[in-house]
Design a protein around this ligand. Structure first.
Ligand code: ADP
Length: 342
């Protein structure tokens, strides 16, 4: 049984891509799960995923297929993780946040505001005899350091493992969320603290991995015991190759660190899918902060969804292929049955 659902989302062509290549796209023969993508030498590669969202797809479609089942499970104390992967400009942040985290147009709202609404809606319909609390921590992994986005003075948060709660952000600020409006304000203030760099990919791109950790505690009035579920959303930094971005100096160092942690993520996925029991005992989670933080998500104790974001333009075909190969590999992760964390 695989706990990782892998979907692909192709965003609409950008105006630059249209200027450079017209309306051409590199995808062919597509349906809701399969497609062929052509590389720059016109060679075709076939891919199959749990679901493929094309450029006309709606934010609500992505949320309902990929995220809502995980939100429902989190309310029942089953941990969940949602990861957005892809090159800079491929639509990770648009999918996660929407055009803006405080976007008022319902249709454009991204995964995060929908998660907030979804969590509060699930709680509202739950039995009166159960008391819920929702807390949020937000960190970014920048140059292999974990920074608290709610308190920038905490710039070296340690990732620890607890027997009962799994992977934890030790000492990170946790904000209690009382209603959806307040939750969005908190998310907005954390997002404003992210490190933003400019690359020649023609847009402001985030040079850090951003991690949103919701913790749901549930206490039945008849019992003392508190059950908890974690919902972790990760907006990864861009996966493009350094050469194409024209990066220099600090931006080059950032890109190298990003590539290193994404390679570490790839190595963990390879180790989890290699099928050899000897290697399976040796999963290199400790090779980067990112893989350490995602240890629960990838190693079994979480329902995990991966959204591979791609450009449909022939000019980005090699980056899209690399993203799709990463997603195809992750689809083969086989983990043990999920357990509820109490
Ligand atoms: P990334 O986070 O992967 O670097 P962004 O999410 O910032 O990329 O997307 C790059 C640009 O493409 C943004 O201007 C964004 O609004 C636009 N975009 C991305 N995905 C979509 C989509 N599905 N529909 C419309 N515009 C999109």
């Amino acid at each position: 049984m695989s706990n990782v659902t892998v979907c692909v989302r192709f965003r609409p062509l950008s105006s630059k891509e249209k200027r450079d290549m017209g309306d051409n796209i590199c995808i062919q023969s597509f349906d809701s799960e399969n497609f062929i993508i052509k590389d720059e030498k016109e060679e075709g590669f076939t891919f199959s995923f749990d679901k493929v969202f094309y450029e006309e797809s709606k934010q609500a479609d992505v949320y309902e297929f990929l995220v809502l089942p995980i939100v429902r499970d989190a309310v029942n104390s089953i941990n969940g993780t949602i990861i957005a992967y892809g090159q800079t400009g491929a639509g990770k942040t648009y999918s996660m946040e929407g055009p803006n985290i405080l976007e008022s147009d319902e249709r454009k709202k991204g995964i995060l505001p929908r998660v907030v609404d979804g969590l509060f809606a699930c709680i509202k319909t739950s039995a009166d005899s159960t008391k819920y609390t929702i807390k949020l921590s937000m960190v970014e992994i920048y140059m292999e350091k974990v920074r608290d986005l709610f308190d920038l003075s905490k710039d070296n948060i340690q990732i620890k493992e607890s027997k009962t709660q799994g992977i934890l952000l030790s000492g990170a600020t946790e904000i209690s969320l009382l209603d959806p409006t307040e939750a969005l304000q908190s998310l907005s203030s954390g997002i404003a603290n992210r490190a933003i760099g400019e690359t020649q990919m023609n847009m402001a791109s985030s040079r850090s991995h951003c991690v949103y950790m919701f913790t749901l505690n549930q206490q039945s009035l008849s019992e003392k015991r508190v059950k908890s579920g974690k919902l972790v959303l990760v907006d990864l930094a861009g996966s493009e190759k350094v050469e194409k971005t024209g990066a220099e100096g600090r931006v080059l160092e950032e890109a190298k660190t990003i590539n290193k942690s994404l390679s570490a993520l790839g190595n963990v996925i390879n180790a989890l899918t290699c099928g050899s029991p000897a290697k399976a005992n040796h999963i290199p989670y400790r090779d980067s902060k990112l893989t350490r933080l995602l240890q629960d998500a990838l190693g079994g104790n979480s329902r995990t969804a991966l959204l591979c974001c791609c450009s449909p333009s022939p000019s980005n075909a090699s980056e899209s292929l690399s993203t799709l190969r990463f997603g195809a590999r992750a689809r083969h992760i086989k983990t043990s049955p999920l357990i509820k964390v109490n």
